[in-house]
Design a protein around this ligand. Sequence first.
Ligand SMILES: Nc1ncnc2c1ncn2[C@@H]1O[C@H](COP(=O)(O)OP(=O)(O)OP(=O)(O)O)[C@@H](O)[C@H]1O
Length: 260
Amino acid sequence: MTAALELHDAAFGYDGVARVEGLSLEVPCGAAVALIGPNGSGKSTLLRGILGLAERTAGTVRVLGEAPERARRRIGSLPQADTRDATLPITLRQAVTMGLYRSRGALAPIGRSGRAAVAAALERVGLAELAARRFGELSGGQQQRGILARALVSDPQLLLLDEPFNGLDRENREVLLRLVGELRAEGRTIVVSTHDLEIAQEACSHVLLLASGHRPGQPGHPAAFGPLDAALTLDAVQHAFQGTTVELDHHTVTTTRETE
Ligand SMILES: Nc1ncnc2c1ncn2[C@@H]1O[C@H](COP(=O)(O)OP(=O)(O)OP(=O)(O)O)[C@@H](O)[C@H]1O
């Protein structure tokens, strides 16, 4: 298999209405794709579409060579922080164990190999010592790493991370950046949405820039896709982030949203 994701003129949305459209791209296996775009351009909708959780309203989609619903057991996902429930009365270890259900089913016994996988995932994100803590009592950054461990526990080939860097302090950000590098080195494919172009430059091989619809209510669409150096141009960033000031120098790209 050459491509982890193959989209041809695909569109995704809700209730028959496309929220992001015109997606034609192939993501090679082992790539780390930064998914960048302004609020509402459809980043989360695209990630949900890849998981088969948002409606495909046009085009075709292959994920790891299969239809999204069939590929789901080979995908690890980290949803946006505000869509998670941190109040569940469970421990961190139990939260991570839930990551096994997708591949094994919720009623299958976890067994020795499952427990070892949970321990390894917790070790990997540096939280082994907090395994017995209640999930809701962890800091935001620790919860984020715990959810990443939950995504990793089933040994996924594709990882979909929705704004994992949001609200992280420097230490948690560094841990996460290092992990993305390691996961990529292991040959896993990663799609990570972020508002931070610096993260894209530090951690990713490819970029998909989404622009908002031309008018309010219209679906977002790609402004650029490709290897980072070729696709992350000032023109593409300006097209995606209309109404913002963008600076692009040799190594650093900063975008600042203009206040009205
Ligand atoms: N469950 C839903 N039902 C209907 N419309 C939705 C749903 N979720 C999102 N939308 C709409 O789809 C559009 C794209 O939203 P989406 O969350 O994918 O954008 P985003 O780029 O991830 O934004 P942000 O950066 O703010 O997270 C928005 O207009 C949003 O209101």
